[in-house]
Ligand binder design. Structure first.
Ligand code: ZN
Length: 466
């Protein structure tokens, strides 16, 4: 069975492939940069990263756009409160987002599109919607007339046919199930920042930015549009209404959504005191790889219950994977090739691929890897894992790491390079040879202080990072 995703639009698991020229055109809703992103946001961002990596591992090319929402009600409110310009304020949290994303090893999309750099294109789209009869103006703001778009509700599978025409909502923050005509262009209030465009003075609403930037970079029809489940309605429903009214074509063939993240069994909220940014978690001493691993290990359509104890478990799992890799790289195995293990490796690769192809079932993919590690560790202990089996096993680990990306240790800026560590070890070996054990011990202590652990094994010295 080939790659398939659960499509929110059809409520079905469907085989997935790009529509043309082997390139997947993908759009994901990015951060609103009014504050540091929280762990619930990062569940979606890690999901996007897994999507990217597995689409590529499936032999497709990628053209991926992610937006940065750098103008909205909250950003304006916070910027004003701090006496900063909109650009000044949003730049701080845009940079913070990129720093966090790097720590979590999120690949950078082919296009990162900032809303404020596409204002004229948004005004053009709103004007065009107006020409087609989908908008009306009130007090300088422009609204989308939902009643004129018969497909409204097809993504969220809600029936809005009985909706009162002309009821409006002009803010960026929506109550769920609040189906009203939404704002496309907001006239400035008081001293709010504004742009002068062909649809007047003001700023774009949140929904129009995604439609406009998606179509600008990817064309009228996307292969895949992803987001968190809370975006299905109204945000994605509104994106469809705008885009399809503009182009007359289907906006996205596949819609995929990541479920909610709970913290210790409860909805995350500032009032409950269980609201965590990535920075909060890392400041407690957890490595970013553990956060990445935990967020990736629960299949995206299951709600994820984030617990600190699970971060510990994630650290242990990563440790096992790294120790296995180290054993493969440093142990001396008997010559030859164990054909049974060749078959065993092929099975593990197949299980891993099948699990990922099945709507990114990361839990089963991980299970396939750990069963393989257990079996081959046993074979190593009993001497039946042979030198000829090493490359195969490394191949499986590489496949795993091309998606999960947790094998490398996150190093601090002042960490030793591999070559520097090797130099220390060589000096220590020389000291031992010269029977200067005091010097040998002090070199070992120095390495320990720098986070490098030495192990004397029957096959010689091996080392790892703490
Ligand atoms: Zn969006």
């Amino acid at each position: 069975m080939a790659l398939r995703f659960y499509n929110t639009l059809t409520l079905q698991l469907q085989p997935f492939a790009p529509e043309r020229d082997n390139t997947v055109r993908m759009y994901t809703c990015g951060p609103t940069v009014y504050d540091y992103a929280h762990i619930g946001n990062f569940r979606s961002f890690v999901f996007y990263d897994l999507l990217r990596r597995w689409i590529r591992a499936s032999g497709f090319k990628l053209d991926h756009v992610m937006n940065i929402t750098d103008v909205d009600d909250k950003i304006i409110r916070n910027a004003v409160a701090q006496g900063k310009s909109l650009a000044e304020y949003s730049e701080i949290y845009t940079q913070a987002f990129f720093e966090d994303a790097k720590l979590l090893r999120l690949e950078v999309p082919e296009h990162v599109a900032r809303a404020t750099e596409h204002i004229d294109q948004m005004a053009d789209a709103i004007a065009k919607l107006g020409e087609k009869g989908f908008t009306y103006d009130t007090d300088g703001s422009v609204y989308y007339r939902i009643a004129n778009f018969p497909g409204y509700g097809k993504l969220s599978h809600n029936d809005f046919s009985g909706m009162k025409a002309g009821a409006r909502v002009d803010v960026d923050e929506y109550e769920k199930a609040d189906a009203r005509d939404f704002v496309l262009w907001k006239a400035p209030k008081d001293n709010e920042p504004f742009w002068q465009t062909k649809v007047g003075r003001g700023r774009p609403g949140w929904h129009i930015e995604c439609s406009v930037m998606a179509i600008q970079y990817l064309g009228d029809t996307l292969d895949l549009h992803a987001g968190g489940i809370d975006l299905v309605f109204p945000h994605h429903e509104n994106e469809i209404a705008q885009s399809e009214a503009l182009t007359g074509k289907q906006f996205a063939r596949f819609w995929v959504h990541a479920e909610f993240l709970l913290v210790e069994g409860q909805k995350m909220s500032k009032s409950l005191g269980n609201f965590y940014t990535l920075r909060d978690i890392l400041s407690r001493g957890y490595p970013p790889e553990a956060v990445r691993y935990l967020l990736a290990s629960v299949p995206y359509r299951k709600s994820l219950n984030f617990k600190f104890s699970e971060l510990k478990t994630a650290e242990t799992s990563i440790e096992r994977l790294r120790n296995y890799k180290l054993r493969l790289e440093t142990a001396k195995f008997p010559e030859g090739l164990n054909e049974q293990l060749v078959t065993r490796t092929a099975e593990a690769v197949k299980s891993f691929r099948e699990a990922m192809d099945d709507d990114l079932n990361t839990a089963e993919a991980l299970a396939a890897v750990f069963e393989y590690i257990r079996d081959t560790n046993t074979a190593m202990d009993s001497g039946t894992f042979l030198a000829g089996n090493v490359e195969n096993a490394k191949g499986l680990l590489q496949l795993f790491n091309s998606v999960f990306d947790v094998l490398d240790v996150t190093r601090s800026a002042d960490a030793l390079s591999d070559a520097q560590v090797d130099e220390f070890i060589a000096r220590r070996q020389q000291a031992k040879k010269a029977r200067d054990y005091k010097l040998a011990d002090s070199i070992r202590d120095e390495l320990t202080a720098k986070g490098i652990i030495l192990e004397d094994t029957k096959d010689g010295i091996r080392w790892k990072r703490k």
